[in-house]
Design a protein around this ligand. Structure first.
Ligand code: MRU
Length: 341
């Protein structure tokens, strides 16, 4: 396969490398990803993370495995193993559905490579379109709040919600960005803060629990988040803590926007209650671990509940900003996300 480089994926010498998002920003480590078990491990440990990136990394690996001689039957079982790596972000399943069609062709090696590279190129273009549509919604002088990481690290392009924010900044409409640290795994404090710093966008990092008082003090003009799955009724699964922000935004009369590519839509999923929510390890809540060290603060026998995502009901969302344009609540109610008949 040709060489390829995105912010967090790399193809060199017919091998996939991923930028370890658990080590950032303290360490920049590119991990080799020779096989399915390696990528599954990277995905489960969130070295590879973000809804679009999970799907793209799985697709690229399958194409490389085919080029390196893996038999069709093994490719088919590998595809299903990768599909099960994380349950909530539907981009993984949507991308792999397309790879499965490529695998069904006689010339499947060429078809898989073509499709994987097309998915990467498409994602770049989708991010640009989302950024262009979303930036139009940002009023001059805006102070925006975002959660988790939705930037170049999580996609092949400029990102989704963070792409909108950085485009808004380039257009001169953004005064500053409030960045939720995003407990428990600190995607905001580690990754979004790093990306905004690299882009030169002024930001202030806050603990998640500080968002409410900022809104009460009228210091937040709009909230922008990404999505891991958008159900047919417009409900959105995203990083845990997103729903609380939406409730707070509603109370304070602040618009709450979701930015995502169409690969995050799941028309077959009727509503948020039907979205599978990943439960994660207790150790993520009882302390922290990473390139900065390993700390435990909870009692040894602490019982933990650790859902990685929550669901924001459609009624709390001011607009779904997709690559195809801004979808309104009225359009969602009219069934724009419902399965095509
Ligand atoms: O657990 P993560 O870090 O993969 O969760 C990521 C998110 O919730 C993002 O907001 C979402 O995937 C959109 S990324 C463009």
């Amino acid at each position: 396969m040709q060489t390829l480089q995105t912010t967090s994926l790399r193809i060199r010498d017919n091998q996939l490398w991923i930028l370890d998002q658990q080590a950032l920003p303290q360490k920049t480590i590119w991990c080799p990803t020779p096989g399915v078990a390696d990528l599954v491990e990277h995905i489960k440990t969130l070295r590879v993370r973000g809804a679009p990136l999970i799907g793209l990394s799985a697709s690229l690996l399958l194409a490389l495995l085919a080029e390196n001689g893996m038999a069709k039957a093994e490719l088919a079982s590998s595809l299903e193993i990768l599909r099960a790596a994380r349950p909530t972000a539907v981009n993984l399943m949507n991308n792999l559905d397309r790879m499965k069609l490529a695998l069904a062709q006689d010339n499947y090696v060429t078809a898989l490579t073509f499709e994987a590279l097309r998915l990467v190129e498409e994602d770049r273009a989708l991010c640009d379109k989302i950024a262009a549509h979303g930036a139009q919604l940002i009023a001059p002088g805006s102070r925006l709040l975002t959660h988790c990481n939705t930037g170049g690290l999580a996609t092949a392009g400029v990102g989704t919600a963070l792409g909108v924010i950085s485009r808004g900044w380039q257009d001169g409409r953004v005064e500053k960005v409030w960045v939720d640290e995003t407990r428990p795994l600190l995607q905001g404090g580690r990754l979004t803060a790093w990306e905004l710093g690299e882009l030169g966008v002024p930001y202030r990092l806050i603990c998640d629990s500080m968002a409410a008082s900022l809104m009460a003090q009228k210091q937040v003009d709009a909230i922008w988040v990404g999505a891991d799955r958008i159900a047919a009724n417009g409900d959105v699964a995203n990083k845990i803590g997103t729903y609380s922000l939406a409730v707070l935004a509603h109370f304070h009369g602040i618009p709450f926007y979701v930015a995502a590519p169409h690969t995050t839509l799941d028309p077959a999923c009727p509503n948020g209650a039907a979205i599978p929510i990943e439960q994660r390890a207790e150790t993520e809540v009882t302390g922290v671990a990473g390139s900065f060290g390993d700390v435990r603060w909870a009692p040894d026998d602490a019982q933990v509940y650790n859902p990685a995502f929550d669901v924001t009901p459609a009624a709390l969302i001011a607009g779904w900003v997709l690559d195809t344009g801004v979808v309104t609540a009225a359009q969602v109610e009219a069934g724009v996300f419902q399965p095509a008949r």
